[in-house]
Ligand binder design. Structure first.
Ligand SMILES: *Cc1c(COP(=O)(O)O)cnc(C)c1O
Length: 367
C-alpha cells in the first residue's frame, strides 16, 4: 500500500467545508451547577429537555473498552445506514465517482449509490460466494472511491476468506468498507484488530443484530482518526438521540447478556439447519456465519407465498444473482423455529400439480 493518501480521495468541497458548530460543541466543560441558557432549550427538566451529547462520549468510551479501539477512531450514526451515507458523501463526487459492490449483497449499497448519484459497479461473487479479487482490481480506476465488502455477507451468510480481504486492502486504492453487521455470530475475527495496519480501512458494525436493538438505530464506524475527523465534519450535529445513547450504554455495559443470546442463536442455527435438511423440497442449506440461513428450495416463489398464507414471513432472495430459488430465514426463538419446520413439512404434502396452478402459484409465474 504505502501510497495511500487520504487527502487525495476526499471531495474538494468536504476538504474545505466549515462544519456547523453547535452550542454543545462550543462549550464542553459542562458541570451540573452551571446555568445553561445557550441552546434555546426549554429549562424545565424532563430528562430529555437538553440536546444530546453530539460526540456520544459515554457510548464511545464503552465501545472503546469493549473493542480495544481508541475513542478517536469511532463515529456513531443513526444506524449503519447513516454511517454508510456519510462515507459516500465524503469520498464520492456525484455524477463522477463510482463504488464497487459484490452482489448478491446488502441492498443499501445500491440504494445509497442511487441517492448520491454515484455509479455502482457490480463485480459478482464467484460461485462459492467469495470475492473475485482479480476482477475487482481490474475494474478499479481513479473514480472507484469505495469498495464494499460485506462479511459475513447478507444474504449468502458466509464470511470472505481473510487472505482475499487482505489482498484487497493492500491493492485497492480507494476506501475499503468492511460491513461487519453480523460479526458477533461469526467464527472469524473482526478486522478491527487490523485497523491500524490499513489506512484505507473502514469497519462498520451495528447494534441492530446481535445486540437486539434494531429499534434504537445505532450504527458504528471504526477507522483511522484521520478518516473519523472528516466524517465528523459532515455528520448532523445531534445525529444520535438521547434515548438511543442511554439504551446503547445500558446494552454495552451488559454485553454478557448479548453474548449469551448469541450462543443460543448459534445453537438454534445448527438445529434449524439440520431440521431443514429433512424437508423434502429443501435442496441446500448454505453454511452460515450469521444469524440467518440461506436455503435453496424447489420453487422459492411458491414456498414464499405458501409460508405467508400460514403466517410466516421470510425473505425471498430468488431474484438475486447466484440465489436462484433461495429463501433467507432469520433464526428465531426455539418455538418460532419449530413452528417454521412444522409448517414447512406440511407444505410438502400440498405440492400443486404443475399443470393446475393454484392462485398462490399463478401470481408468481410472472418471470
Ligand atoms: C442489517 C444490516 C445492517 C444494519 O443496518 P442498521 O442501519 O445499522 O440497522 C448493516 N449491514 C448489513 C449487511 C445488514 O444486513
Amino acid at each position: 500500500m504505502g501510497k495511500f493518501n487520504l487527502q487525495n480521495i476526499i471531495r474538494e468541497n468536504i476538504k474545505f467545508l466549515e462544519p456547523y458548530s453547535s452550542a454543545r460543541d462550543e462549550f464542553k466543560e459542562a458541570s451540573s451547577d452551571m446555568i445553561f441558557i445557550d441552546a434555546n432549550e426549554n429549562p424545565f427538566d424532563t430528562g430529555l429537555n437538553r440536546y444530546p451529547d453530539p460526540q456520544q462520549n459515554l457510548v464511545k468510551e464503552e465501545l472503546s473498552k469493549l473493542k480495544g479501539v481508541q475513542k478517536e477512531q469511532i463515529l456513531l450514526g443513526n444506524g449503519s445506514d447513516e454511517v454508510l451515507d456519510l462515507i459516500f458523501r465524503v469520498f464520492c463526487e456525484p455524477k463522477t465517482d463510482a463504488v464497487i459492490a459484490l452482489p448478491p449483497t446488502y441492498g443499501m449499497y445500491k440504494v445509497l449509490s442511487s441517492t448520491n448519484d454515484v455509479q455502482l459497479i457490480n463485480v459478482p461473487l464467484v460461485s462459492d460466494f467469495q470475492p473475485h479479487v482479480e476482477e475487482i482490481l481490474n475494474v478499479q480506476n481513479e473514480c472507484t472511491k469505495i469498495l464494499f465488502l460485506c462479511s459475513p455477507n447478507n444474504p449468502t451468510a458466509n464470511s470472505f476468506d481473510a487472505e482475499k480481504v487482505e489482498k484487497l486492502l493492500q491493492k485497492f486504492e480507494g476506501i475499503v468498507v468492511i460491513d461487519e453487521a453480523y460479526i458477533d455470530f461469526s467464527t472469524q475475527e473482526s478486522w478491527l484488530s487490523r485497523l491500524n495496519e490499513f489506512p484505507n480501512l473502514i469497519v462498520t458494525q451495528t447494534l441492530s443484530k446481535a445486540y437486539g436493538l434494531a429499534g434504537i438505530r445505532l450504527g458504528v464506524c471504526y477507522a483511522s482518526e484521520e478518516i473519523i475527523i472528516v466524517l465528523n465534519k459532515i455528520k448532523p450535529p445531534y445525529n444520535v438521540n438521547e434515548l438511543t445513547q442511554k439504551a446503547a450504554l445500558e446494552a454495552l455495559r451488559n454485553s454478557e447478556e448479548t453474548k449469551e443470546e448469541v450462543r443460543e442463536i448459534l445453537l438454534e442455527r445448527n438445529q434449524l439447519s439440520n431440521d431443514l435438511l429433512e424437508v423434502e423440497y429443501v435442496e441446500k442449506v448454505f453454511e452460515s456465519d450469521a444469524n440467518f440461513l440461506l436455503v435453496k428450495v424447489d420453487d422459492a416463489n411458491l414456498r414464499y407465498n405458501q409460508l405467508i398464507e400460514k403466517g410466516i414471513v421470510v425473505r425471498n432472495r430468488s431474484n438475486q444473482i447466484l440465489c436462484e430459488n433461495c429463501l433467507r430465514f432469520t433464526i428465531g426463538t426455539k418455538e418460532e423455529n419449530k413452528e417454521l419446520i412444522k409448517v414447512l413439512k406440511e407444505l410438502n404434502s400440498l405440492v400443486i400439480p404443475a399443470n393446475q396452478p393454484a392462485a398462490g402459484r399463478s401470481r408468481n409465474l410472472r418471470r
